[in-house]
Design a protein around this ligand. Structure first.
Ligand code: GTP
Ligand code: MG
Length: 200
């Protein structure tokens, strides 16, 4: 599960513009600012392969990165960006849903969830939507280094609450991994997990 090389391939505005070479791929999904682009950079140990920003809404297209010339990791625009216009939000859902429903090479979605905040309804809804559509997913909790949140709970407590809500209300029970793009926590575990999924 080593990453030897990674190259940015293309940005696509629509599902049908995505690469057509049939390589397995993993989509990184989650709220704006959850750390999707940062996670990609941490996985491939490059600073700015995927562009990151303190401002939400940085990633606007479907971005394909080819790893070891054999599989893709895909950076998607975030959802739940409060400042986005209603039209932008509508576009987000038709555009990403189009991608999920039509991408035959999709191995799994890595659903990123910010462990430094309490469970968010939009993340629960998203997990539920993926589950109902039989799209395989793994929960990847991000920002687990933020052990001292000034008020509120610790990441492990937020994660436990999230899992509890999922168990109580939804019919999905994905595997899950704790990560931090700052400390590298979970990086090897996630790469191993992805290589196992690819080899099924
Ligand atoms: P959009 O492209 O806008 O949807 O955002 P994104 O999900 O790609 O988030 P991005 O990777 O740009 O990171 C957003 C902010 O969170 C940046 O300021 C990052 O430095 C910060 N961040 C990301 N991952 C971590 C992490 O593991 N720990 C901490 N402490 N901060 C993080
Ligand atoms: Mg991004």
């Amino acid at each position: 599960s080593r990453v030897k090389e990674v190259e940015f391939v293309k940005s696509s505005g629509r599902a049908r513009d995505c690469p057509k070479d049939n390589k397995p791929e993993f989509a990184i999904l989650g709220r704006s600012n959850v750390g999707k682009s940062s996670l990609i950079n941490a996985l491939v140990r490059k600073k700015e392969v995927a562009l990151t920003s303190k401002k939400p809404g940085k990633t606007q297209l479907i971005n394909h990165f080819l790893v070891n010339k054999s599989w893709y990791i895909v950076d998607l625009p975030g959802y739940g960006f409060a400042k986005a216009s209603e039209t932008a939000r509508m576009d987000w859902s038709s555009f990403t849903k189009g991608y999920f429903m039509n991408r035959d090479t999709l191995v799994a979605v890595l659903l990123l969830i910010d462990a430094s905040v309490p469970p968010q309804k939009i993340d629960l809804d998203c997990a539920n939507w993926l589950g109902r559509n039989n799209i395989p997913m793994t929960f990847v909790f991000t920002k687990c280094d933020k052990m001292k949140v000034s008020k509120g709970k610790r990441p492990d407590e937020n994660i436990r609450e999230f899992q509890q809500l999922i168990r109580q209300n939804y019919k999905v029970h994905p595997s899950w991994i704790m990560t931090s793009s700052v400390t590298g926590l979970g990086r090897d575990e996630l790469l191993l997990h992805m290589s196992q999924l690819r080899n099924y």
